[in-house]
Write a protein that binds this ligand. Structure first.
Ligand code: NAP
Length: 248
């Protein structure tokens, strides 16, 4: 039996990488899936390929999560098309890595604007309908580096640590209306984001991972689906690490 039949799921930054895998996993489980991304053409193609593979209903929207008008439009279009929103996955994220001495102020700000403010704006836009319906799930994609820090990623790790704080505050604020808010903190997952790392950095990282492999988008998607489903009905304000044991 498919687990998410009749549910509407919205995934930001779903054109590729982990977001695409999360959107596809929900579609395979029967959900209607709204996929958004700054790259409008890319997300249209991504949604078309998921529809072809799964016959799920999809809606692809170009939207920048760091702009509130875009977030409001996404929620309006979602409600117009699918009548309700059950699950929001704040996945859109960027990196602008550099050592602090060389990190430009605008790069630090850009990372906070997308990774942290973007999740706040999407949650704010989605909350009205979820609170009215007295139910919903919000899952924020944080990162292991938000828990343990990382040299060269001051802005990125600060944004992800902030996202964990945001998750806990939203969880407390929305709990009376049965809107559950949790975070997934992936470790090093094979995507374009990690392909950009130097070979020696990757080799060094592998040595630190007890499960001796990088994660996959599917590993993250399974954790997200757990937090979106009936089996996690008494779990809110938590951070689920999907990191192969690199941080415990
Ligand atoms: P990715 O392949 O770079 O995908 C991120 C997606 O977000 C891209 O399609 C990107 O569009 C989109 N995006 C960027 N800025 C946006 C904005 N302002 N509004 C809407 N969409 C935007 O990255 P990923 O590796 O799949 O990462 C997905 C999430 O997991 C991120 O939050 C990341 O921080 C987190 N994460 C990743 C890893 C990892 O190892 N890969 C580990 C821990 C956490 P463009 O292509 O046009 O930029």
């Amino acid at each position: 039996m498919k687990l998410f039949v009749g549910k509407t799921v919205l995934v930001t930054g779903a054109q590729r990488g982990i977001g695409y895998d999360i959107a596809g996993a929900f579609a395979f489980q029967g959900a209607s899936v709204v996929m958004t991304d700054v790259n409008g053409d890319g997300v249209q193609q991504a949604a078309a390929s998921i529809e072809k593979e799964t016959s799920a209903k999809t809606l692809a929207l170009a939207a920048d999560v760091s702009k509130y008008a875009d977030c409001e439009r996404v929620i309006e279009e979602t409600l117009k098309t699918f009548k309700k929103l059950d699950i929001l996955v704040n996945n859109a994220g960027i990196t602008r890595d550099n050592l602090v001495l060389r990190m430009k102020e605008e790069d630090f700000q850009a990372v906070l604007d997308v990774n942290l403010k973007g999740a706040f704006l999407m949650a704010k836009a989605a909350s009205r309908s979820m609170l009215r319906e007295r139910g919903g799930r919000i899952i924020n994609i944080a990162s292991v580096v938000g828990q343990m820090g990382n040299a060269g990623q001051a802005g990125y790790s600060a944004s992800k640590a902030g996202l964990i704080g945001l998750t806990k505050s939203l969880a407390r604020e929305f709990a009376p209306r049965q809107v559950l808010v949790n975070a997934v903190a992936p470790g090093f997952i094979q995507t374009r984001m990690t392909d950009a790392l130097k070979d020696e950095t990757k080799a060094g990282l592998l040595e630190m991972i007890p499960l001796e492999r990088f994660g996959t988008g599917a590993d993250v998607a399974r954790a997200v689906m757990f937090l979106a489903g009936d089996d996690s009905a008494y779990i809110t304000g938590q951070v689920l690490a999907v990191n192969g044991g690199i941080y415990m």
